[in-house]
Design a protein around this ligand. Structure first.
Ligand SMILES: Nc1nc2c(ncn2[C@@H]2O[C@H](COP(=O)(O)OP(=O)(O)OP(=O)(O)O)[C@@H](O)[C@H]2O)c(=O)[nH]1
Ligand SMILES: [Mg+2]
Ligand SMILES: [Zn+2]
Length: 360
């Protein structure tokens, strides 16, 4: 194992030479949990903490070390942890906006070369969602690849692939089956020393199973999807870079609920565009079509232009979405609060140490 296996090259060496604070050695962030990091130094994995300076104002959470970052580590603190002195400028950043009160950008992974967007042929397959993922990946600076997994469960894969390829022409699409061991060789071309690949997709599509295939043993926990609706159980709960025996890194991620949610939001717009057209006439632009005066949608139902059944379906879906949104927001907010608690603790510690030094 060397730093090069983990993606280190001359470009990074130059960035290191130009870094504000480059006392120490380069390392790559393998995982991040609140303010605790695991980094790889080319020889071994070590625990690390971010230096107080990184928490010093003006401070943006997106500038803190994230999984995939190249960092400079130096010395150890009293708890025996290495100190992350700084983060080298990223070559790609995959982030998402966290909805809710603390509306915020959350960095999910950095310095990715490729993202495998994983779906299955079954009910999970949704071209609009794939498009959304592709757009996010391209925006991040990484290269998107679409993987349609569990091909053993689908008899006729070709027409499905063709129709998606027509809609998303410039992105390679591969059908694979980890179970039947088919199509996997097509993916090997992306795996090479120094290459970092993240897997994204809904829970239960088989992301961890694919990684286990390339690792060569059952490193990651996987779980059967629910029988009643084929949905996954959110088995993977954190992100971690996994080093492959062939060189190269794979990043397992939890199935993303938020992206599913956006996609549903989109669908609501598309599948009820007739109601949207009517709603343009509502008196209030944010009309909820419940009790507001001057509501054109309710008027349409009353006049019989819009069927009551259709309107009820629309309301039902909208209610579900609102519920889901609240649930996601609550979760995101909780995570955000925990994170900020850890961050403020670090900030307090830093300013206290600093005060101590000045008095001396
Ligand atoms: N038939 C079939 N089943 C598969 C295949 N690949 C994975 N599975 C099964 O699908 C289920 C879910 O797989 P996981 O790898 O845990 O899915 P995941 O995407 O990591 O899910 P989360 O961690 O919840 O996001 C497991 O029971 C796997 O055995 C495949 O190629 N064919
Ligand atoms: Mg998993
Ligand atoms: Zn209305």
């Amino acid at each position: 194992m060397s730093l090069e296996d983990y993606g280190w090259d001359e470009t990074w060496a130059e960035k290191l030479a130009q870094a504000e604070d480059n006392r120490g050695i380069p390392a790559r962030v393998i995982s991040a949990h609140r303010s605790e990091y695991k980094v790889h130094t080319g020889e071994t994995d070590i625990s690390a903490k971010a230096a107080g300076r990184l928490y010093h104002a003006p401070f943006r959470q997106t500038e803190l070390p994230a999984v995939g970052d190249w960092v400079v580590v130096d010395d150890t603190d009293v708890s025996g942890k290495a100190i992350i002195r700084g983060v080298l400028p990223r070559k790609s950043t995959f982030s998402r906006k966290v909805a809710g009160k603390n509306s915020n950008e959350q960095v999910m992974a950095t310095n990715l070369d490729t993202v495998w967007i994983v779906s299955t042929f079954g009910t999970d397959l949704n071209p609009a969602r794939l498009e959304r993922y592709v757009a996010l990946v391209v925006e991040s600076g990484a290269r998107p690849v679409i993987i349609l997994a569990k091909a053993d469960l689908e008899e006729l894969t070709e027409p499905i692939i063709e129709s998606i390829q027509e809609r998303i022409p410039n992105v390679p699409i591969y059908a694979v089956s980890a179970k039947a061991q088919t199509g996997l060789n097509n993916l090997s071309q992306y795996i090479a020393p120094g290459q970092t690949i993240a897997l994204l997709g809904s829970s239960g599509v088989g992301k961890s199973t694919l990684i286990n295939h390339f690792v060569g043993h059952e490193l990651l926990h996987t779980a059967k999807v629910r029988e009643k609706d084929g949905k996954g159980r959110h088995t993977t709960t954190h992100r971690e870079l996994i080093f492959l025996p062939t060189g190269g890194l794979l990043l397992d991620t939890p199935g993303m609920r938020e992206l599913q949610l956006w996609q549903q939001d989109d669908n609501l717009d598309k599948s009820f565009s007739d109601i949207d057209d009517i709603a343009v006439e509502c008196r209030f632009s944010d009309c909820s079509h419940e009790t507001e005066p001057g509501c054109a949608v309710i008027a349409s139902v009353e006049s019989g232009d819009l069927s009551e059944e259709r309107f009820n379906n629309y309301r039902k879906l909208k209610k579900e979405l609102t519920y889901l949104e609240r649930k996601v927001d609550a979760g995101a907010e909780r995570a955000e609060k925990e994170r900020w608690r850890a961050v403020s603790k670090e900030q307090r510690r830093y300013s206290q140490e600093h005060k101590g030094k000045k008095q001396r």
